[in-house]
Design a protein around this ligand. Sequence first.
Ligand code: NAD
Ligand code: UGA
Length: 459
Amino acid sequence: MEFKKRILCIGAGYVGGPTMAVIALKCPEYRIDVVDINQDRINAWNSDDLPIFEPGLFEIVKERRGKNLFFSTDTEENITKADIIFVSVNTPTKTFGEGAGMASDLQYWEATAHQIVKHAQSDKIIVEKSTLPVRTAEAMERILKMHSGNIKFEVVSNPEFLAEGTAISDLLEADRVLIGAHDTEEGNRASQEIADIYRHWLPEEKIITTNLWSSELSKLIANAFLAQRISSINSISALCEKTDADISEIAHAIGSDSRIGSKFLQTSVGFGGSCFKKDILNLVYISKSYGLYEVADYWESVVTMNEYQKSRFVRKIIKEMFNTVAGKKITLFGFAFKANTGDTRESPAIDITKSLLDENVRVTIHDPEAIENAKIDLKGIEKNITYETDPYRAAANSNAIIITTEWEQFKDLDYSKIYDSMEKPAFIFDGRNILDHRKLFSIGFNVYPIGKQQLTHFS
Ligand code: NAD
Ligand code: UGA
C-alpha cells in the first residue's frame, strides 16, 4: 500500500510506543515506524507480551501492527525514508561530570541527531517528543546544520503529557497538544504539519501552538506544577497528624474552590515515576545556570519535601512498631510508582524497602504488575526479600502491611482473612489512604493512614 506520509519515532519506550500506536490507529494513511537500539524491547513490541503494561495498549498495537505500525531496530533505513522524525529517547538525570544529579543527560538525544544527519537524504521535520531543557532545539539545530549540506531540517517541539497507567485515554482525549516552532515560514509550515496529525482526532481548540522555547519550557513547568501540588498536600499531611485535622477533608474543602481545583491533591507516601524529580531538578539546574538562585531554591523544595515525606513514613513505621523491627516480616502491597503500571522508576517503594532492609526487616513484596521490575531494582540486596504474586500468601505471618501503591484490587481483599493469618499485634500503614480504616480497626488492625488520626488498640 502507498502511504501518504512516513513517520519515524526513535525510542520505543513508555512514550514512543503508546504515542505512535495511537497515531497509527487514528491516521491509517500514514506509515509509522518505531525503532529502538534495544533488540529485546523491539522483540517484545512484536510479540503478544508488550514491554510495557498500559491499559488498552495491546488492543491498539494488535489492530495496527503489520498494517501501518512497524517496530524494528532498523534506524538507518527508516531515517532515510521518513518525512517526520519524532525523537522519544530517554533523557535521564546526569550521573557524572558538570551538573551531575541535576542536569539532563542529553547523550541519547545527541546521538540521534548525529544518526539523523548521517542517514538523511531529503528534507525532514524533527520533532522533540522527549522532555528537554529549554533551548535544546538550538543545540539540535547546530548539529543538524553543521553537516546537512542541501538538506533542510526543521526542529519542532511537541512534548508529551500522557501519564502512565492512563496513557491511551490521555492520548485519545488529550486536554491539549502543544506544538512549538520557530516563527518563520518554514517553522509555521512544520508546526501545521504536526498539527495535521493530531487533527485526525482532536478538535482545533485543543491544539496549542507557541514558539519553540515556550513549548520546551512548558513541559518542565507542567510537571513542576503537578509535583508541587503533591508536595504541598503532603506537607500538610504531617501537620494534620499533629493536630487531628483530616487531610482528605482538607483536600475536599480546598479542592472545591474552582480556583484551586480537586486534582493532584491526593496525599501519598511521596510521588515517584521517572519524570517529576528528574524534570524539577533539571528546572533547578537551568535556573541556577541563569543565576536565578531564589527560583532554583523554590522548586528544589518540592523535591526536598518529597524526600521528607518518604523518610517520615518509614520513621513512623519503625516508631509505631515499638522501635524494634529487626527480624520482623513486613509486607508491601504495591511496588509500582502508581497504579495500573508495572513501572517502578523512582517508586517510593524502593526507598521504603531499602530503609526497612537497613533495619534488618524481612520484606515481602506483592504487586500485580511490577514484581519483575522490583527484582531488577533490588538486585544485589535481595537476601531478606521475598516476592509473592498472591496477596494472601504475601500477608501471612507478617507483622505489618504497608500500602505503597493505590491498586484498586487492594481495596477488595478479605482483610479479616488477612488479619487472622498475621502476627499480632497486626499493623497496617496505608501510604495511599485507599482502605476503609474504620473497618480495618474493627477487625483488629492498628491502622496508620497518612494525614489522619491513627486508629490503634493500644491504651
Ligand atoms: P524509556 O526509557 O521508556 O524509552 C526510551 C527508549 O529510547 C529506550 O527504549 C531506549 O533504548 C531508546 N533509545 C535511546 N537511545 C536511542 C537511539 N539512539 N536510537 C534508538 N533508540 C534509542 O523512556 P520514556 O519513559 O519513554 O521517556 C522518553 C522521554 O519522554 C523522556 O524524555 C521522558 O522524560 C519523556 N516523557 C516520559 C513520560 C512517561 O510517562 N514515561 C511522559 C511524558 C514524557
Ligand atoms: C506525570 C504527569 O502527570 C504527566 O502529565 C507527564 O507527561 C509525565 O509525568 C511525564 O512527563 O513523565 P506520571 O509520572 O506517569 O505522569 O504519573 P502521575 O499520575 O503524574 O503520578 C506521578 C506520581 O505522583 C505517582 O507516584 C503518583 O502516585 C503520585 N501522585 C499523583 C500523588 O501522590 N498524589 C496525587 O494526587 C497524584
